[in-house]
Design a protein around this ligand. Sequence first.
Ligand code: SG4
Ligand code: ZN
Length: 263
Amino acid sequence: TQAKGASYNYDSNGDDWTSGVCSTGTKQSPINIVLSSASVDTSLGEFVLTNYDDDSKYGKIKNNGHTIQVDMADDTVTLNGGGLDGGPFILAQFHFHWGTSDSTGSEHTVDGNRSPLEIHFVHYKQSLGDLGTAAGTADGLAVLGFFFEVYPSDNANLDPFLDAISSVANKDQNATLSSPPVIDAIFQNVNTSLFVRYSGGLTTPGCNEVVQWTVFTEKIRISSTQLAKIRLSYQDTSGTTAIGKNYRSTQSINSRTVKISYD
Ligand code: SG4
Ligand code: ZN
């Protein structure tokens, strides 16, 4: 069983929040992805991404005290293919996970290595009607995860978005996105044919085991200076305490198989 709506705090050690808040199931997320143990599946196929590049589809950017999130303005940005079960899926929002320094931050790790930043695009199965219903249904959600990597120079494509983040530094602040979001920077830099797939859950309470996870192996470049701007995001309305870290510790793989789309 899964408790819902409990408050949580990433600043503590261990499993990040009060015991009992999350499911204690066997398909929790995130995980450490061991590439050499992944099972090659060249039949997963290409993703079909519709309307991701339409800036008018992106709604407000907000600080919810746990992360920076952008909600979609409507339900017309969709994801299909890529070996996902039961598509199409509708993009609901995207958000970020980071840490207190460049050597930490992502939720998933690859061969034990943690990236400084991970972005999650949360989609729900169209046939289930809405995010809430899908979050209570097996395989109801599809989340796409992308890693960032530190690069010596700025990724200028990210600047408008980073400016928007700075305008929602405190909890409950929100703003209208006046410029293209990170989408261009991502899809110009990452080959979406190269990914891993596993069955897992939400990484925050109640950690529902309803997610078809996709994690891309190519990374998006970001400078250390740019990363520092994201860390100026606060968990309170007065801007006193930084969010700090907002990634969950990696969970046991148990008997799950991780598929990889390429040799
Ligand atoms: C973040 O806390 C988001 O703000 C949540 O979105 C999201 O929950 C949660 O992460 C878990 O998502 O891709 N990391 S994750 O597994 O999307 C949902 C909210 O709107 C249900 C609360
Ligand atoms: Zn997330």
